[in-house]
Every structure is written in C-alpha cells, then in structure tokens.
Design a protein around this ligand. Structure first.
Ligand code: AMP
Length: 331
C-alpha cells in the first residue's frame, strides 16, 4: 500500500566522524546503490536543541552535505536537503504533538539520560522525539536505518500513528520498520568505554572522515589500548583494542574473527595493527577527501544541490501535510 521509502537523518555538526560513517553513512550509500530511494535530511532543527553559534551552524550544514556527497550519497538518486528549509516539519510536529501526552514523551530514556538538571529541562530536548515523529511521518517513511538507542523514539512514532487512526479513522501512515544496523557502536579513541561522539571536547577521541592523513595516523597510533600487546577481541576486558578491531571490520567488511586470526598469524602486535589500520583508513578516505575539498570550494554548487533537494522533498511534504490538515479540519 505504501511506497518503500527510507529516511536518513544526521545532525549537521561539522564533518561526521568515523562512527557516523560506519554506523550510518556507509550503510545509507549501500542502500542507495542497491536501488533504494533515500531521503537524507540534514537535521538542523534538531541541532539547536542545544543552542548553536549561528555561523557555525550555517557552515556545518555545508560541511555535512559535502561529506555525505563525497562519501557516495548521490544527489540525483537520493534527496538531500536541509530540514529547516521545510516549515512542514514544525507544523506537522505541532499537529501530531496534540496526540500525545507529557507523560508519554517524558518516559523516553534517551531524553532522560541527557537531562543534567531536573529543575531546568530545555523544552527543545523534551520535544525532540515529537519533531522526529513528524520528520518520519512527513515522508510516509517505511524503513529507518537506526540503532537500538532509537527504539523508544520509534515506539512513540508508532503510538502517534495509532492515536491518529483512533481520532480520525484514517490510515494514512505506514508503521516504519527499523533496519537494524549491524556495526558495533564505535567508541572514543581516548575513553573506549564511551561512544565516539561529536560533542566530546577532546578532539583526539575521534577521527573525522575528512581529516588529513597526518591527523588520522596520529589519532590511530595514540588510541588508548592496554598493557597487553596481543591483538585479541573482548569488548568488556579490552575495550580499546576491540574498538580498533571494530573499526577495521567496518572499514574492510571483514569479520572480527578473521581479522584477529590474520593478525595473530602474522604475529602482529597492537602497534603494528594500528599502523595497518591507519593506512586502511587513509586509503579509504583519500579520494573522498579530495572530492570533499572540491565541493567545499564551490559553495554555490553545494547550495544548488540543497535547493534541488528542498524542492523534491517539498513535493512529498506538501502532499502529506495537506492530507493531514484536511483530515484534521483545517483546509
Ligand atoms: P547523529 O548526527 O549524532 O545523530 O548521528 C548520525 C548517525 O550516526 C546516527 O544513525 C547514529 O546512530 C550514528 N552514530 C553516531 N555516533 C555513532 C558511533 N559512535 N558509532 C556508530 N554509529 C554512530
């Protein structure tokens, strides 16, 4: 009944890191190259749940767009656009928000974990999952390539679809299916018990995918491991070296077992393994970085891609929003 459509969202916080790449972008490119229709949303409205410096936000949108295109998102086959270019997101968010309760949204664990001070909860942080539901439903999304941490948000989305049906007796939204992403979470290179994150103030904790070769080399070589020079995989006991093996597996599509077996067969210690991994990352991103630099030097071309994406996304968004408003008694 519904056309298969996949929504991929990423917050434009400068250049994505290797965790974003292996956990999300690389998989999106594979889906696109296998014939799926992707809507790639630069989620700048979500990015301001924590206030951003305006110039940094503007610049980050272009850097993220260029990184995605350089990584293989093809603006002809996929729609790539900036969320704030369509007022439809916020309007649908308001309309759908009337269908849920403060209690329901307040139960979402990802929101709770981000609240540091219970006496001063940012409203944007609280409402984030409602806007996310609007993003998903605006495109009548059928599939979402998301991680397990997003399951509570998907449950809220499903709940709101049911509520819409309950009140208005119209079945206009598909229940989106989660497409499990297999890669283990990539963790910080300095604190391997935490996930790699753009918000980590320690730059050495991550590799941004458009970093130059010297930085990649340095960050991998200085990644925290332990006193054991053997290459073996144990995420609990040896989080540092295991994280490097996870990155290796993501970059090469090899299994953990075969990587460890090969390293042991070649008598590789962790130092030699790091050298080899750094080289793999450098080679993988070299052509992508060249493309990125080219795109970043042609701002008007990048903007024209986002304009085109906006028009194509708007066509779908207009149709859904009009339908919802019609059903709810606005038009
Ligand atoms: P964000 O912009 O942080 O919301 O992340 C964009 C995408 O990257 C989402 O699909 C995340 O699940 C994924 N992602 C973020 N950090 C990591 C990580 N450390 N390892 C694997 N995937 C990640």
């Amino acid at each position: 009944m519904f056309q298969r459509r996949i929504l991929c969202g990423i917050q434009p916080s400068s250049v994505p890191h290797i965790g974003n790449y292996l956990g999300a972008i690389k998989k999106w490119v594979d889906l696109q190259n296998n014939g799926d229709k992707l809507v790639v949303m630069l989620a700048d409205l979500h990015a301001v749940t924590i206030p951003r410096e305006p110039e940094t936000l503007r610049k980050s949108v272009l850097e993220t767009a260029a990184s995605l295109i350089a990584s293989g998102i093809d603006p002809k086959r996929s729609i790539i656009y900036r969320q704030s270019d369509l007022y439809h997101h916020t309007q649908l968010s308001w309309l759908l928000g009337t269908l849920t309760t403060v209690q329901k949204v307040g139960h979402i664990p990802t929101y709770k974990s981000k609240v540091k001070d219970e006496s001063s909860i940012p409203l944007g942080l609280f409402l984030y999952p409602v806007l996310q539901t609007a993003d998903i439903l605006l495109f009548k999304t059928t599939h979402l390539p998301i991680g397990e941490d997003q399951i509570p948000h998907l449950q809220l989305c499903t709940y709101m679809i049911e509520k819409f049906f309950h009140y208005y007796k119209k079945n206009i939204f598909p229940v989106p299916q989660m497409m499990a992403t297999e890669t283990n979470r990539i963790r910080s290179l300095r604190h391997p018990e935490q996930k790699m994150s753009k918000s980590d103030i320690e730059e050495r904790s991550r590799i941004d995918i458009m970093d130059d070769e010297k930085i990649i080399q340095e960050r991998v070589m200085k990644a925290l491991t332990d006193f054991n020079a053997h290459v073996s995989y144990d995420r609990e006991q040896r989080p540092g070296v295991s994280n490097l093996i996870d990155i290796y597996a993501g970059m090469t599509d090899q299994s953990i077992e075969s990587i460890v077996a090969e390293a042991q067969k070649n008598n590789m210690n962790t130092g030699a393994f790091k050298k080899c991994l750094a080289q793999i990352i450098i080679e993988h991103f070299r052509p992508k970085r060249a493309e990125y630099l080219k795109l970043m030097s042609d701002r008007s071309y990048l903007l024209s891609i986002l304009d085109d994406g906006r028009e194509r996304a708007k066509e779908i968004a207009d149709s859904t929003l009009n339908e919802v408003k019609d059903i709810m008694g606005f038009n």
